[in-house]
Design a protein around this ligand. Structure first.
Ligand code: KDG
Length: 372
């Protein structure tokens, strides 16, 4: 946002953020406020100190970027955002200043994307699932059991078809600057161990706002309930839902083990993050600044992906230490789940542009040959 207009809106958002943080503190900080985190609290302190200690200030900047995410300040996604801030401020000598918000302080994914469209917020980095409500082709990214591994996913996303998906956001007044990574989603619940497709029967599971997810979980016999991420912890605590699905880093760093007993490594969907900027804001930047924010989103993304993969790999033991029971899902069980949900993938693929679908699967096939 251009500085002149910035102050009043920034103050309004700042106040909203503070009110949100006060009114819904437990929700906003997941793990940190739920007591059990220790080492992670240091990460949190560091992040906040880093943000507060920036040598630049919004008052001296020509442009201010308000960047918000749904996950908390312990997640590698927030570390990535801080890296973006550092790169952009340094490269513009503070002429572009980045204010970072976490824990849905600026709203949930859908609200933040709408704010980008209106030009009242500059950056958000949602999982791709809710983006489907703006560009229907994004549905394909949430097909269960689509990508054989993370390298295949990144090969596709960073290739031509991924660029096409980023470009398609422009009609929605957003600019897609880079792919970041959330990772493979796993199931947790408070009712029963889930090892096979049959075990999903009757479970009420929070899903993101995405029709593919809703249909797939229904097909498995569960009761999917779409809910904003910011409401999820309370939803599980109060028993509105039995369970949820997210990558390990989120499950641990948001403290979900406080309210969930069973963890299953279903790996059912690979979830990318997409780095979004308000088109109105992007268009207002001079060419060299456009290049700087684009490169920074890419570079910070590489750092975020590295951190994220490390956390997704390391945190299983920590989760078990916190008392969660780990149900190991076999490849056979995953194949059975994949077979059950295949009609959902087919049904959604039919609704999309067929040329796009063909080229997308061609890209997946080629990526698989490269990264077996
Ligand atoms: O910061 C990202 C979150 O807002 C959200 O997209 C995380 O995967 C997510 C979920 O389950 O809502």
């Amino acid at each position: 946002m251009k500085k002149k207009a910035v102050l009043s809106v920034t103050m309004a958002f700042g106040l909203t953020a503070v009110l949100a943080a006060c009114g819904d503190a437990e929700n906003n900080n997941g793990g940190a406020d739920n007591g059990a985190n220790n080492a992670e609290e240091n990460v949190s302190d560091n992040n906040e100190a880093e943000a507060a200690n920036s040598e630049y200030s919004s008052g001296d900047a020509s442009y201010v970027i308000e960047a918000g995410i749904g996950l908390n300040n312990q997640h590698p996604q927030y570390e990535g955002l801080l890296r973006f801030k550092e790169i952009v401020e340094e490269a513009t000598d503070g002429d572009v200043y980045v204010e970072t918000y976490h824990s849905s302080q600026l709203g949930d994914d859908r609200e933040m994307m709408e704010a980008l469209q209106l030009g009242s917020q500059e950056v958000t980095i949602p999982s791709t699932a809710p983006v489907t409500n703006f560009v229907e082709e994004y549905a394909i990214l949430d097909f269960p059991f689509l990508f054989a591994n993370e390298d295949v996913a990144m090969e596709v996303l960073n290739g031509e078809i991924g660029d096409e998906l980023l470009d398609s956001l422009e009609d929605q007044e957003m600019v897609g600057l880079a792919w970041w990574e959330n990772g493979y989603r796993d199931l947790t619940n408070s009712t029963q161990p889930v090892e096979t497709a049959e075990d999903f029967q009757g479970l009420t599971i929070r899903t993101m706002e995405n029709e593919v997810h809703l249909e797939a979980f229904s097909e498995l016999g569960a009761n999917p309930t779409p809910m904003a991420f910011g409401e999820l912890f309370t939803g599980m605590q109060q028993g509105t839902v039995d369970g949820q699905e997210n990558p390990l880093a989120t499950i641990y760093l948001e403290g979900f083990y406080e309210v969930q007993d069973y963890y299953s490594d279903t790996n059912h969907v690979y979830s990318p993050f997409v780095f979004l900027m308000s088109k109105q804001f992007y268009d207002s930047l001079p060419d060299d600044y456009q290049e700087i924010v684009g490169d920074a989103a890419q570079e910070a993304g590489e750092f975020q992906i590295e951190q994220n993969r490390a956390q997704n790999e390391e945190l299983l033991d920590a989760l078990i230490d916190e008392g969660m029971e780990h149900s190991e899902v076999t490849d056979e069980a995953r194949e059975e789940m994949a077979e059950i949900v295949q009609p959902v993938n087919d049904q959604f693929a039919e609704q999309l542009d067929q040329d796009f679908v063909e080229r997308f699967f061609q890209a997946v096939e080629e990526a698989e040959e490269m990264h077996q």
